[in-house]
Structures are given as C-alpha cells and as structure tokens.
Design a protein around this ligand. Structure first.
Ligand SMILES: C[S@@+](CC[C@H](N)C(=O)[O-])C[C@H]1O[C@@H](n2cnc3c(N)ncnc32)[C@H](O)[C@@H]1O
Length: 207
C-alpha cells in the first residue's frame, strides 16, 4: 500500500464523521452540478471518498461510478449506498491514473477536493477531457492555496514525507483555469463561495 493510500485509509473513519465545513456552499454546489445532469447520464467521480456526494447525486443520473485509492473510504461509501438502497451506484478501488473509462466515454466527471492533492493535476485535467464524450462536463472544487500559504510548503512537505499529511499542491487560481483551457475545456461556471475557500468550476468539453 503506498503512502497516499495509507494516509487516506488511516483517516477514513474520522473523515466520515467530520461535518461538512460550509453546508450552504456544499448544497449549492450539489444544486449547480445537477443543472448539468440528465437522467440518461453515465457519471464518474474520482477521489469519491466516503461516497456522500455520489450517493446524493445518484437519483438524478442513470449511473454513477465512484473511484478512490482508499479501500477503507470505499468500504464506508459502499456501506452508505447499501443502507440507502441506492442501486445505480458502483465503486472501484483505483487511482485516476489507472482507471479505464467505458469505450463510449462518460457524460460527466466529478473531482471534488482532489486536484490539489495530485502532483500530476494538469495531466489529470487533460486525461479527464479525453474520457468525456463531446459536450460532457467536468465538475471540480479545488483549494487554491498558492498565495501566502505557499510559505507552509516546507512544513507540508515534511508532514507528507512522514505520512502525517497528504501531499498538497499549492495551486494558483490562474494556473488552474489555464490548465482547463489548455486541455480544451470551456469554463461554464466558476464560483468561490467565500475568499480562501475552494473554487468550484464546471468545465465543458466542446461538442
Ligand atoms: C480530500 S478527500 C475528498 C473526498 C471527497 N471527494 C469529498 O469531497 O469529501 C480526497 C480523496 O481522494 C482520494 N485520492 C487521493 N489520491 C487519489 C488518486 N490518485 N486517485 C483517486 N483517488 C484519490 C483519497 O483516498 C480521498 O478519499
């Protein structure tokens, strides 16, 4: 088991119990996402964690597939989906780098609180574009802490080396947006609930 998987497996139970930091913003993001859903859609969420978001979206699409590197996160997610009797959901233990999409492509891909945890985040944005059908959407929420917070980078790097903290990328909003457009996406919606909070983006692959 690699360091990333170990870290998320270790904190999965406490992560599942943690209340959502800003409930209002979370609900609005769910609502904004659903504006792009149709009942015939095949959706994939990577870094789905304990599955709460995928489970709440499931009634609005044909099928939602959650992937994550942490078996413990996925066990919690599967337990919640079973308890809620949600049948159009599946989970898979895999990294976004190793995931194989269906041949016909996906209608929507979600990546929430995950891009800033990936050292190859630009490549992942480009790969997501290749996994979507034309007209498909990529919905993300990403912490951009590349300003003053960059001073914390050495501390975070030490914490990550010893497996106490996740590896974090200190992204800047302008670089994040540039990566979307470089990958061929059109930015459909961009919203930051409050200064310093994660940036919510809906990006579309042109038809
Ligand atoms: C901060 S949590 C976010 C969970 C959920 N998306 C949410 O918004 O609450 C990040 C999740 O991404 C998973 N993860 C980390 N690296 C990953 C990768 N390369 N591929 C897929 N999942 C990954 C972790 O196991 C963890 O469950």
């Amino acid at each position: 088991m690699d360091k990333t998987t170990k870290f998320w497996d270790r904190i999965a139970d406490s992560y599942a119990k943690r209340p959502v930091a800003d409930e209002g913003a979370y609900l609005k993001k769910l609502e904004l996402t659903r504006e792009y859903f149709r009942p015939d859609m095949q959706v994939m969420e990577f870094g789905c964690g304990t599955g709460s978001t995928a489970i709440s979206h499931a009634p609005f699409v044909k099928h939602i597939h959650g992937i994550d590197v942490s078996p413990r996160m996925l066990a919690i997610a599967q337990g919640k989906a079973t308890a809620a009797e949600i049948e159009n959901i599946s989970f898979e233990c895999t990294s976004i780098d190793a995931y194989t999409p269906p041949d016909e492509g996906l209608d929507a891909i979600l990546g929430l609180s995950i891009l800033h945890l990936l050292d190859n985040w630009q490549a992942v944005i480009a790969r997501v574009n290749s996994m979507l059908k034309p007209g498909g959407v990529f919905v993300t929420s990403t912490a951009c802490i590349g300003g003053v917070m960059r001073l914390l980078q050495p501390v975070m790097a030490v914490g990550s080396f010893f497996g106490k903290l996740p590896s974090v990328q200190f992204l800047k909003e302008k670089d994040l947006l540039a990566a979307f457009t470089d990958a061929g996406f059109l930015i459909e919606h961009q919203w930051q609930p409050k200064p310093k909070q994660a940036i919510f983006i809906v990006a579309k692959k042109p038809e």
